[in-house]
Design a protein around this ligand. Structure first.
Ligand code: DC
Length: 221
């Protein structure tokens, strides 16, 4: 049976950076499920449709193929034959992803893809509802969080390093709005699973967070 580690938490808590490093260390694949919602969001934006409107979003799912491929252990996400791994990282795609993720048909559309990968691979899967909905039987569940300010600060630095022009207050506002949307939606809202271990990285740097996570996971494996 594959070993599954679920990591959930709000935007910018460091899930992907930490999970990537930890999965390499363990020899597991790392699955970033946010990339799937981002790909659906990107597709809706490209079609000029409203990402908040169920009537407009649902038809965009028809005939569309979203898939993950693992190349040299790195996840790449495809929209049809196009590798959109970079395109989905644009700032406006974040809110589009949060918007479309509140639509039940979108979650249904991406559900079995996530389940199948977890059934076949030892993996660390990160998202919002992995421990609660997608992999309720995961052997280890972690809820990774940090204060909104700390998360905004990290996201700001990341985007500046990528050469994007961004304003800190807008990043913070976006994070707070996404937190609100992700925790208040009716379907599969972001919340800590009862059996998840809470890890708060507000006062930890990246190295400290990775070390701590490895310790928590190795103790339980
Ligand atoms: O992890 P991320 O910031 O790339 O995710 C983008 C959005 O996708 C996030 O705001 C909410 C949604 N999402 C979700 O609803 N469920 C998941 N398992 C992963 C992401």
């Amino acid at each position: 049976m594959a070993i599954n580690i679920a990591i959930d938490g709000p935007a910018g808590a460091g899930k992907s950076t930490i999970a990537k490093k930890v999965s390499k260390e363990l020899g597991f694949i790392y699955v970033d499920t946010g990339a799937l919602y981002r790909t659906v969001g990107l597709n809706v934006l490209r079609q000029g449709k409203n990402t908040k409107s169920e009537e407009e979003v649902v038809p965009t799912l028809e005939g569309v193929n979203v898939s993950l491929r693992f190349i040299d252990g790195e996840q790449r996400v495809f929209l049809g034959d196009e590798d959109v791994s970079e395109a989905i990282r644009q700032n406006e795609v974040s809110m589009a992803a949060s918007n479309v993720s509140a639509i039940p048909k979108v979650r249904e559309f991406l559900f079995s893809l996530q389940r199948n990968i977890a059934a076949e691979n030892n993996c660390i899967m990160d998202g919002r509802d992995i421990g609660t909905v997608v992999l309720p039987d995961a052997q280890i569940k972690i809820y990774l969080t940090a204060s909104a300010e700390a998360r905004a600060e990290r996201r700001y630095k990341e985007l500046i390093e990528k050469g994007q022009t961004v304003v800190f207050d807008e990043i913070l506002k976006d994070i707070e709005l996404r937190d609100y949307q992700d925790t208040h939606r009716e379907i599969a809202p972001l919340k800590k699973a009862d059996d998840a271990i809470l890890v708060d990285t507000t006062n930890l740097d990246l190295e400290g967070s990775i070390e701590y996570m490895l310790k928590v996971i190795k103790e339980r494996l």
